[in-house]
Design a binder for this molecule. Structure first.
Ligand code: ATP
Length: 365
């Protein structure tokens, strides 16, 4: 039976070094939950704590209501899939998948039924008599997945399972994993440093930095409403500006350093007149207009659907994406692909802008 995972105030130290200072998170039963963050932020460490391979210096981990801190790894009923497939090279596909069930001493008929079913689910039945060396990377990873889920684990833990595959196969396997997880309905914790993979596969994502969760949300919210500057730049890209708040006759404006003002109606009520802020704008949320941020075109690259420009604003380079056709309509010219050196104005979409405290630590929306 799949379970919910509750992690409460856990602490992880290696010797004197604290890797995870104080982390809490709840993963719902059946959820596909991803830990995403740069290399070394503690994703694998946390996964290994859930698995029982790493000690916990403080705090608690629960599977449903049961505290499992002191339950040995092999008694936690966990399925694991790693980057290197960890399947036995001398066993056929079928023998690999049967292995865990034989250990659990199920009878032959039960084993056959379960293995047949899983081989179908992960679509490797045609290869069942092959040795792993005669399988592609993707097929080997399917075997590893089948082996992990055939035992009906309480939790499925996956650590960068796709990073050894080539780009095309990685994308294919993403949807395969997602489909299979939904079909079997096992609570899954998935570790990756690949933001695109995380966005496409997860129900929810925890973005980590230095052992601290920065934000937990669904993909769309992480992208549109990052909680701080780190998330805004780690998930997709954001152009960052400095500015301040202006409160005037009941209206609130964000004023860019070059003086351009944008009225915003979704800022926290606690913002104060004159407060310094950090502004983040996605590349696709700019338009050219007659009035706006003063900018100079540095480079211009036509990419069919849109143009990318490097544009200098406030003496630094930003990268807006602008559809060439819309650009021409916006300012009423027949064709309008800007030339290098041209002075232009850029308007950010106020509804999609993100505004943080000046140190970038906290969203003001
Ligand atoms: P990656 O994406 O590179 O795998 P990660 O986010 O999974 O990174 P971890 O492997 O959890 O990061 O490592 C977090 C930190 O803990 C790193 O600084 C690492 O050097 C340290 N660390 C991990 N295992 C040990 C260990 N057994 N002893 C000492 N330090 C360790």
């Amino acid at each position: 039976m799949s379970v919910a995972i509750t992690i409460q105030n856990v602490v992880k130290k290696f010797g004197e070094t604290t890797i995870i200072p104080d982390l809490s998170v709840e993963v719902k039963n059946g959820e596909f939950f991803t830990l995403l963050g740069p290399s070394g932020c503690g994703k694998t460490t946390l996964l290994r704590m859930i698995a029982g391979f790493n000690s916990i210096e403080d705090g608690s981990i629960y599977f449903d209501k049961k505290r499992i801190n002191d339950v040995a790894a092999h008694k936690r009923n966990i399925g694991m899939v790693f980057q290197n497939y960890a399947i036995f090279p001398h066993m056929t596909v079928r023998e690999n998948v049967e292995y865990g069930l034989k250990l659990r001493k199920l009878n032959k008929a039960e084993i056959k039924e379960k293995v047949d079913h899983i081989l179908d689910v992960v679509k490797i039945r045609d290869y069942q008599e092959r040795l792993p060396e005669r399988l592609s990377g993707g097929q080997q990873q399917r075997v590893a997945l089948a082996r992990a889920i055939v035992i009906h684990p309480s939790v499925l833990l996956m650590d960068e399972p796709l990073s050894n595959l080539d780009a095309k196969l990685r994308i294919e396997m993403r949807s395969a994993i997602r489909e299979i997880q939904k079909e079997v309905g096992i609570t899954t914790v998935y570790v990756t440093h690949d933001q695109e993979e995380a966005l496409s596969i997860s129900d929810r994502i925890a973005v980590m930095k230095d052992g601290v969760i920065q934000q937990i949300d669904r993909s769309h919210t992480l992208y549109t409403r990052p909680y701080n500057q780190f998330v805004a730049t780690f998930i997709g890209s954001s152009n960052l500006f400095k500015g301040h708040i202006k409160c005037f006759e009941g209206h609130t404006f964000v004023v860019f350093n070059d003086g351009y003002e944008v009225e915003m109606d979704n800022l926290l009520e606690t913002v104060e007149n004159g407060q310094e802020v950090c502004i983040a704008v996605r590349p696709e949320e700019f338009k050219f207009a007659e009035d706006g941020l003063s900018a100079t075109i540095h480079t211009s690259t036509f990419l069919g659907k849109y143009n990318t420009y490097q544009v200098e604003v406030e003496e630094k380079m930003i990268v807006p994406n602008l559809p060439p056709v819309e650009v021409s309509q916006d300012i009423g010219h027949a064709t309008c692909i800007y030339d290098v050196g041209e002075k232009v104005h850029l308007v950010p979409n106020a509804k999609k802008m993100n505004v943080f405290t000046a140190d970038g630590e906290k969203s003001l929306i």
